[in-house]
Ligand binder design. Structure first.
Ligand code: HEC
Length: 508
């Protein structure tokens, strides 16, 4: 072999080896995950490797645990029970160790699928016996691609916004019509990572004006895309909200309701764009914008990221917004005049309460710490300085401190409901209508990874009832009450989706 051939062969072998090691490292990362290893080292000898218990200690996956199974109770059990006093933690065991172990135990108890598995799940019709009702979960419509949002019309039709296709109407018989013509251009995904679509220029939410029956206004949020016109080779995008009407399947009368300077368009893909919309009872619309940027910007009012914005239903800017200043006193590109609340990670759900008009939102935490929040004027929701979750590697989230953020937790709005471990909460609605009267005004909230629909009853700002309504449903993107009083749910699976509905067994 010549010398150069030897070098090429050696380099080639080194590359193959590096690829194999990289692959092994990636595919076994869960096995090396801190809390899993800590469990094996310190707990498995009594509770069993599979958590199913042994002659020395009980089953940690049992339907109910004697000392409670929320994160706080688990942490207390691990650190306080007499049975555990002889556990010797190694030197340097992190102070987050107990919490990481509690999260590990509760994650194992939930048995959530992996994200790719959740995308592969296909729902099957079934009957559910819930606390208050026996109901059927049935398919209403098959969709051509993944939905992000639905809006129900009084005649039984449903508007559907699909991420990479745009807007269409599902007829009252469940058949999906052609795409509505004339909405802004929607772009296909760029790649698919672990099942989730990454791209720029996706369609987001569709919502009806509260007086839709009289004025016909339909609101649409989407990720507006620019590329060379923004001086960038890689596409950039940002949430934009418009309204228009649909006449003969044609989008007409378009007006811009909320948009930002292209300086704030980013290369961060649209999966964390937000774009959820909600109306209150006083003619205002609220718009969520995810942390599509460096987290420090979440606390800088001049940037749109990690905020909930508020404008009037016609897009004009209310002067009573908390950070409003006259035009002359702000940079041309500033968004401070529309900021209503801030410090949000990614608000994936937003809805106005049908009675009080209060705005409620949901957001995903990191590992643990999904939140249901009441959104208030000038509220600071704390991310990334405060969260009930841990980082994915079991350590404390230090992003906020690293960024130099500094404010006391007392100045933040705490979640009304905390979901730990995190089911990946998505959109929510409030129950209205006469088919399930015992659920009146209860919050119905979906999840992606956990594929579960929850019912929450919140009274005076406190959770008083929480029910896991339907499990094994699929990745829930949106929930709306139909004019017929049935609950309509948009699911995404594979590259398609469906609309399913909850129907009481005695429905006719
Ligand atoms: C030496 C054996 C032993 C080891 C090691 C041990 N446990 Fe336990 N554990 C027990 C016993 C015994 C109980 C029941 C004690 C009681 O109910 O007061 C228990 C109770 C618990 C409970 C409460 C169960 C319930 O029904 O409420 C949890 C949670 C728990 N252990 C988690 C852990 C974790 C996590 C570890 C590892 C850090 C661990 N245990 C290590 C023996 C052990």
């Amino acid at each position: 072999m010549t010398k150069s051939k030897k070098i090429v062969t050696t380099l080639f072998l080194a590359l193959v080896l590096a690829t194999l090691i990289g692959y092994w490292f990636y595919s076994t990362k869960d096995q090396r995950e801190f809390s899993r290893v800590a469990y094996q080292d310190h707990c498995a000898s009594c509770h069993g490797l599979d958590l199913r218990g042994s002659s020395r200690a009980g089953d940690l996956l049992a339907a109910s645990l004697q000392h409670g199974d929320d994160t706080t109770s688990l942490m207390r059990s691990i650190s306080k029970l007499d049975a555990h006093q002889n556990i010797i933690w190694p030197e340097g065991f992190p102070h987050t160790g107990t919490k990481a172990l509690a999260l590990f135990v509760s994650e194992q108890r939930q048995q959530y699928p992996t994200i790719p598995d959740s995308y592969q799940f296909h729902f099957k019709p079934k009957t559910v016996d819930s606390q208050h009702y026996r109901f059927q979960v049935e398919t209403f419509s098959e969709l051509k691609s993944r939905p992000y949002s639905i809006a129900t019309l009084s005649d039984g039709r449903i508007l559907v916004s699909e991420k990479v296709r745009g807007l269409s109407i599902v007829e009252a018989n469940g058949l999906q019509g052609d795409l509505v013509d004339g909405i802004p251009k929607i772009y296909d995904k760029f790649i698919d990572a672990d099942g989730s679509y990454l791209g720029w220029g996706h369609s987001l939410e569709v919502a009806l004006h509260p007086d839709y029956e009289k004025n016909g206004w339909i609101y649409l949020s989407y990720a507006d895309r620019c590329q060379l016109d923004c001086g960038s080779v890689i596409p950039q995008s940002m949430v934009k909200v418009i309204r228009g009407r649909i006449v003969n399947n044609q989008w007409v009368d378009e007006q811009t309701i909320w948009s930002v300077h292209t300086d704030y368009y980013t290369v961060v893909p649209d999966a964390v764009a937000g774009g959820r919309l909600a109306f209150d009872k006083n003619g205002f619309i609220y718009i969520t914008v995810g942390g599509k940027s460096f987290y420090k910007n979440l606390h800088i009012m001049d940037t749109p990221y990690g905020k909930i914005h508020r404008v009037k239903d016609d897009g004009s800017i209310p002067q009573d917004n908390p950070f409003w200043v006259p035009k002359e006193q702000r940079q041309a590109s500033s968004t401070r005049q529309t900021v209503w609340s801030y410090g949000h990670r990614t608000t994936q759900g937003l809805e106005g309460h049908p009675v009080t008009g209060e705005i409620w939102g949901s957001e995903m935490g990191p590992r643990g710490g999904d939140e249901v929040n009441k959104i208030i004027r000038q509220g600071n929701y704390g991310w990334p300085l405060y969260t009930n979750g841990l980082d994915y590697d079991s350590t404390e989230i230090t992003i906020g401190e690293d960024l130099g953020l500094d404010f006391p937790i007392e100045e933040t709005e705490l979640p009304v409901v905390d979901f730990t471990p995190a089911p990946a909460l998505s959109n929510l609605t409030f129950h209205q209508g006469d088919q399930f009267p015992l659920w009146q005004n209860d919050m119905l909230i979906g999840s992606l990874k956990a594929m579960t629909l929850y019912r929450l009853r919140i009274d005076n700002g406190a959770l008083i009832e929480k029910e896991t309504l339907v499990t094994q449903l699929g990745r829930i993107r949106d929930i709306e009450m139909g004019a017929d009083g049935l609950v309509y749910i948009a699911l995404e699976h594979g590259d398609t989706g469906s609309l399913v509905r909850l129907v009481p067994v005695d429905y006719n």
